[in-house]
Structures are given as structure tokens and as C-alpha cells.
Design a protein around this ligand. Structure first.
Ligand code: CAA
Length: 442
């Protein structure tokens, strides 16, 4: 069977940054270490006044098509995953295709365009759709362009304000992919939940603490479901485990829960049970109190073992590098985590010996659904990852003062739509030029 998977990726960050420990925390009267140590965040990305989900997505896609030398007639579908859509009818992919058609000779009339919604997991769902479309043989040799793009803003004063971010990840899904092959091994955990909602409102209503419990509960179910197809996961068979990263502190918890899950009924559990004098009871992930009651002593002991710390340092920590400096990108977040992991592999000097290694990818969307699937690294991975220009983009972000941050927040609040001067100058890119005459190219 021909391999199908991710052939190329491009990352586009918002062009502004907010320094959380040095600019945000002092004005909130909070300890900077709540951000750096607790949440695991340094800076968040924000869109400048001429950027939005369309421009960030289109700019990422343009660089991807140019770099790969791909013409519009080689793309058979364009799917956008977002939870920041401003149009209840016309999918964001049509706006992005409209941008791209301004700069290419060809057009995307032949391409199926859609918008995927299920909070942050929809980026992965759009990848799954593309995979299924190719596997079904309906792609006629064409590739799928999948774009995960979000402006993750919360109400001013909401606890979620600490975890904001903005950016897009564009991905090309093809046969014989260069980066990773997607596996048919997949598991889900899904349940009607009200942890994070945006019913006809721009900024979310979030029960932050509840959302963290729901994340862990659905992720555990997805792992169980995955194991029912793929068999038990042995920790050492996973090179990296990129998880949805609303903030790195969440993945610190998810990593520990995942490790506990995959080492249950193994000698690891028996060794620890001896150390703490009892077997862990089955954890109830739905409520913090029930969880604490059942298993926290065991988890604290597990967290302290060299074995777990080594696994976390090798498998999870490297996936958090980009998230730490850009914040939450909602649909793009797990795809940034994968990119961080692969960049880490480049830094380690890996090349051909990394081909064939397994990534265990954990996606999550509030509302709520988790998906676990595995991916296998392909021979062209290193060249593709080395082509990313994300370091340059991050280094050139404009550093906002707190007052400037409050203005930027209002600019991107559809209810207010205030007029503020841009902080950076657009340079050969798609820009937002106002409602009704959107997205021109400078
Ligand atoms: N030094 C070190 N650590 C500190 C500290 C200090 N001075 N002060 C606080 N901390 C630690 C806390 O102990 C806590 O860590 P633990 O959870 O490990 O105990 C961490 O920093 C955060 O502190 P608080 O819990 O006090 O923070 P908070 O109450 O202000 O809010 C939040 C945290 C609930 C996550 C909030 O930011 C929020 O609502 N975020 C949006 C929702 C979200 O991201 N949920 C994640 C799961 S849902 C999802 O994944 C979908 C999605 O993308 C939204």
C-alpha cells in the first residue's frame, strides 16, 4: 500500500509578541514564575492589525506552494481547520483560495473546499479527511492542502488570557510523503462536554480547571481505544509524543498520565507499588478530587522516578519548544508540537537513522474529543524541517508594551473594531484591508 501522510509544512506566526513574565505578569500583579514555571510560557504571538486567520493561513500556504513548486491544478482540496471563523456560511478556505488566486496563474475552481470544526482537534480531523480522500482513490493524483489557523484570544481578565496566541500551520498531504506517513492505527475518546464554548460569541466561555480534567479523561479513552487497534504501547518504541498544547504545563500533566497509562500492569507499576506500600487504584480522571483520592500518591512517586523523567525529557519536553514562545494556536497547536519534535531531532544531528521511528500524536478539542494516532518518519523529513523559517519569524516579532497589547486585543475584538496603527510593515504578503474588501496582497 502506498504511504500517505504529511509531505510538507509551513508555520506562520502572528507578527507581534507579548512577553508574559516581564510585561504581562507585573501588570496583572502576578508572580512571573506562574507563567515560566507553572504554565510553561515565555511569550505569546499576536496578529498585527493587518493580520487575521485568512492572511496567516494564506501566507503560510503561499510559502509552502512556492517552496515545493506546486501549481494550483496539483491541489485537489483545501481544508481549513479553525475555531476563529468569522463567517457562518462561507468557509475560510474560500477566502484563502481567493488570496492565492491573486498571485498564481492558475485557480482552484476544481478543488473541493471546506472548513472543519471541532475546537482544536479539527486540524487533525482535516488531515484525517485528506488521508481518507487519497486512500479512497478520489484525489486523481492531486494533493490536499490543510491549513490550521487561529487567533486564540480570551476576554480581558479571563484566566485564559494567560494562554493566548495566534498563527497558522499549512500542511500538504500526499502519497509518498516526505515527513511522516500516517498510520491506520487511531483511537478516539469523545463525549458531549461544556468545558469551552463559543456559541455565537467571539471570545470563549471557559471552565478552565474543568477543561483540564476533560482533556485528560478524553485522552485516556483515546489511548485505550488506540491500544485496542495497535496493541499496548511500549514507552521505548515512541520517539516523540506531540500532544495538543494549550500551554506546556498541560502537557506536563498529559505526559505523566500517558506514561502511567502505558506502564500499567508492567514491572514499573509493581516497583512503585512496593515503594509506596500499595497498588494504585484505577484513576477517575473526571474529577480532580476523585483522581487525587485514587492515585495522586502513586503519580507523585512515578513523577520522581529516573525512568519517567528520562522518558519525559526525551519524548515530551522537546515537543514544547515552539509552544513555549507562541502560546496556544488552537487547531495548529499539535502540529506545532510535531514540528518542535522534528526540529529537536535535527538539532540532535539525526538523519537516516531517524527514518522509520514512531511519533505518537495526541490531539484534543474541547467539547470534547481526543484522538491518538501514530505516524512513521519518512526519508525526506530532515530537508523539510530544515526549510522552516520559523526562527527568523519569531526573532522579528514586535515586542508589545502592555498598553499596546490592550490596543491589539481591541483591534481583534469584532465588537469593538477600533482603529490602531500597525506595529510592523507588511512585506510582500497578504494583508487584511477591511471588511468587504478583504485580503489584498501588498
Ligand atoms: N510559581 C510556580 N508555579 C505557579 C505559581 C508560581 N508563583 N503560581 C501558580 N503556579 C502554577 C500553579 O500551581 C498551576 O500549576 P498546576 O496546575 O500544576 O498546579 C499553574 O501555575 C497555573 O496556575 P493556576 O492554576 O493558578 O492558573 P489560573 O487559575 O490562572 O488558570 C488555566 C490556569 C485554568 C489553565 C487558565 O489559563 C485557562 O482557563 N486557560 C484556558 C483553558 C485551557 O487552556 N484549558 C486547557 C485544557 S482545554 C484545551 O486544551 C483546549 C484549548 O486549547 C483551550
Amino acid at each position: 500500500m502506498t504511504a500517505v501522510g504529511i509531505d510538507a509544512i509551513e508555520i506562520r506566526t502572528g507578527k507581534l509578541q507579548l512577553d508574559l513574565p516581564n510585561t504581562f505578569a507585573p501588570r496583572k500583579g502576578e508572580d512571573p514564575e506562574k507563567y515560566t514555571k507553572g504554565l510553561g510560557l515565555e511569550t505569546s504571538s499576536f496578529p498585527d492589525v493587518y493580520e487575521d486567520i485568512v492572511t496567516m493561513g494564506a501566507n503560510a500556504a503561499k510559502r509552502l506552494l512556492d517552496r515545493k513548486g506546486i501549481e494550483p491544478d496539483e491541489i485537489g482540496r483545501i481544508d481549513v481547520a479553525t475555531e476563529s471563523a468569522f463567517d457562518h456560511s462561507k468557509p475560510v478556505s474560500t477566502y484563502i483560495a481567493g488570496c492565492l488566486e491573486q498571485v498564481y496563474d492558475g485557480d482552484f475552481r476544481h478543488a473541493n473546499k471546506g472548513e472543519r470544526k471541532f475546537a482544536c482537534v479539527s486540524g487533525t480531523q482535516a488531515i484525517d479527511d485528506a488521508y481518507n480522500w487519497i486512500r479512497a482513490g478520489r484525489n486523481r493524483g492531486r494533493a490536499a492542502l490543510v491549513i490550521a489557523t487561529d487567533t486564540a484570544l480570551y476576554e480581558r481578565g479571563d484566566p485564559g488570557e494567560a494562554t493566548q496566541g495566534a498563527g497558522a500551520v499549512a500542511m500538504l498531504v500526499t502519497e509518498d510523503p516526505s515527513i511522516v506517513e500516517l498510520s491506520t492505527d487511531q483511537g478516539y475518546g469523545s463525549m458531549d462536554e461544556t468545558d469551552f464554548l463559543k456559541p455565537n460569541q467571539q471570545f470563549p466561555s471557559v471552565d478552565g480547571k474543568r477543561s483540564m480534567q476533560v482533556y485528560l479523561a478524553r485522552m485516556r479513552e483515546a489511548l485505550e481505544d488506540y491500544e485496542s487497534v495497535a496493541g499496548a504501547v511500549e514507552p521505548d518504541t515512541v520517539a516523540y509524543a506531540p500532544f495538543h498544547t494549550p500551554f506546556p504545563g498541560m502537557v506536563r500533566k498529559a505526559g505523566l498520565f500517558a506514561y502511567r497509562h502505558i506502564t500499567r500492569n508492567t514491572p514499573v507499576e509493581d516497583e512503585l507499588a512496593d515503594a509506596i506500600g500499595r497498588q494504585p487504584r484505577e484513576a477517575d480522571y473526571e474529577s480532580r478530587e476523585a483522581y487525587e483520592e485514587a492515585i495522586s500518591e502513586y503519580m507523585d512517586a512515578l513523577k520522581g522516578t529516573d525512568r519517567y523523567q528520562g522518558w519525559y525529557a526525551d519524548t515530551i519536553e522537546p515537543t514544547l519548544e515552539l509552544s513555549r514562545v507562541v502560546g496556544n494556536w488552537y487547531t495548529g497547536s499539535v502540529h506545532l508540537a510535531r514540528a518542535s519534535a522534528l526540529r529537536h531531532a535535527v538539532e540532535r544531528g539525526l538523519d537516516e537513522e531517524f527514518v522509520g521511528e514512531r511519533l505518537l500524536v495526541g490531539s484534543y478539542g474541547s467539547g470534547a474529543q481526543a484522538e491518538i494516532h501514530s505516524e512513521t518518519v519518512q526519508p525526506g523529513w530532515r530537508e523539510e524541517i530544515e526549510a522552516l523559517d520559523v526562527d527568523e519569524q519569531l526573532a522579528s516579532r514586535y515586542d508589545l508594551s502592555f498598553e499596546e497589547y490592550t490596543q491589539v486585543h481591541e483591534v481583534h475584538d469584532y465588537d469593538k473594531s477600533v482603529d490602531v496603527e500597525a506595529f510592523t510593515a507588511p512585506d510582500g504578503e497578504f494583508v487584511f484591508t477591511g471588511w468587504g474588501r478583504m485580503n489584498e496582497r501588498t
